[in-house]
Design a protein around this ligand. Structure first.
Ligand code: IMP
Ligand code: MG
Length: 187
């Protein structure tokens, strides 16, 4: 499949430039898939994607995993349409799968303050899974204030607003095939 891969995009009046390109994403996901294959051999893990942001990363990550695995989704809302977290987590969709005794891999698009993932990990404990690990495509280490375990990271990134590959700005831009970072309008 061929994708539209612009160097620069405009979204909601802001300019974004390519920050992690398609080849870099593909190469990293291939390595993450290999790692999960090795560590979960014989365990049939279940990926729990955090909607909406994780759906593209999760779809590509799963296609890089070759062992038997399952998927379900949970939906959280903490940002509204803003670029800065409101600090509250609301659960908009619960998990349907039975997680008791299962090996759960939580999948996030990005860990920023860590609030959403901290919530997810604590929530998982209530389902009594056999294990819980966390995979995130992006991690803004400098912005992370909540104490969260992160087992697999696609890319550590600086504290900049990013867009594309599932990540949105006021719900737009999720369809971009690469990851873009916000830039000054003049640069
Ligand atoms: P946290 O709870 O502060 O860690 O924020 C996590 C959620 O905020 C992610 O799942 C994203 O949906 C959203 N988010 C954080 N940073 C960005 C960004 O730079 N671009 C788009 N969404 C973001
Ligand atoms: Mg999200």
């Amino acid at each position: 499949m061929s994708f539209f891969l612009p160097e620069r995009v405009e979204c909601n009046g802001d300019i974004f430039k390519v920050f992690i390109n398609k080849d870099q994403i593909d190469a990293r996901l291939s390595l993450l898939g290999e790692q999960i294959d090795k560590e979960y051999e014989g365990l049939k893990p279940i990926f729990i994607g955090v909607l909406n942001g994780s759906y593209i990363f999760l779809a590509d990550l799963m296609r890089n995993v070759s062992i038997p695995c399952e998927v379900d989704f949970m939906k959280l809302s903490s940002y509204g349409d803003a670029k800065v977290s409101s600090g509250n987590v609301t659960e908009l969709k619960h998990i349907d799968a039975k997680l008791k005794g299962r090996h759960v891999i939580l999948v996030e698009d990005i860990i920023d303050t860590g609030l959403s993932m901290k919530y997810m990990v604590e929530r998982m404990a209530e389902y009594e899974p056999a294990s819980v690990k966390v995979v995130t495509l992006l991690h803004k280490k400098e912005a992370t204030r909540h104490d969260v375990q992160i087992d697999y990271v696609g890319f550590e990134i600086p504290n900049k607003f990013v867009l594309g590959y599932g990540l949105d700005y006021a719900q737009e831009g999720r369809n971009l095939a690469q990851i873009y970072a916000i830039s000054d309008k003049d640069s």
